[in-house]
Design a protein around this ligand. Sequence first.
Ligand code: SF4
Ligand code: SF4
Ligand code: SF4
Length: 292
Amino acid sequence: MSVRHLKVSIISLTCCAGCVSSFLDAGDALAEVLSQDFEVTYSPTFIDLKEIPEVDLAIVEGGVRTEADEKLIREVRAKSRILVALGICATHGGITSLGNISSLKTLLEKEYSLIETSNLPELKDLMYPLCNFVDVDYYVPGCPPMPMLIVHTIKSIANGKSPPRHQSVVCTECHRKIVPAKVERLYGIYEKEANRELCLVSQGFVCLGSLTREGCGAPCPRSGFTCFGCRGPADSLLYRTRDLYAFLIKVISTRTGIPQQKVKEELYQNPFIFHTFIFSKFERFKARERVI
Ligand code: SF4
Ligand code: SF4
Ligand code: SF4
């Protein structure tokens, strides 16, 4: 049976608010969803309403970094039938969990030394994804997820269906030619001009497409920029190994001819190579079948 006009809340925890902005970017497709499928009853972005209402569907961006975030996500969960974690901050911890490299004390002393810390909200020891605190019905990773990916997911839910899943890797959407090559060393993406046809890894760049969940359409490698893994690890990879880093080193070594030990050393020596494939604590993230 088709479920129409869901009552929806849109919630932001600690984040940059880019995921909700991406949703708004869907333009006409979003307007259609709003007119046919659901009614937004709570969103600090659109509506001046203080109390969290009971809803059919809660769409939540951002992760849990403050005590207030935890209180809010627990209340939202209790008041929603279906909860969607939108964006990699909410699904895995994402770029905001880069702070987890340091202890909270070190982070405040080193990065926020000019701020009066008594004015900050009460902080948690780490940045956490939602699943560390509440049950999540669907995970839509991406930083941010593509507008149409969000719309298709929400439309499926509104129609009582499970959203279509993306299980393979970004390489399947990229169309660059993967060849085993002979490369001297690894390169940051700004260090040399990339060939337009060949796989970026075959040219010595560190592209994470072979580890990362498809579904974005590979906009980064298609435009000559390395994939930094914003859709999180692909199903195919999670079934094969939990050691993503070792898998990446193996892929790079095979495609560049650089020995694995040298790849390992270079990954952390070259300041032009980005390291953003970082996940927060996700002990309860065992629900591959609900990752979209
Ligand atoms: S996932 Fe990326 S775009 Fe979305 S809130 Fe987090 S940092 Fe911003
Ligand atoms: S590693 Fe990157 S550039 Fe190479 S095929 Fe995969 S997505 Fe494309
Ligand atoms: S290509 Fe990689 S970094 Fe770019 S949007 Fe897709 S998953 Fe994210």
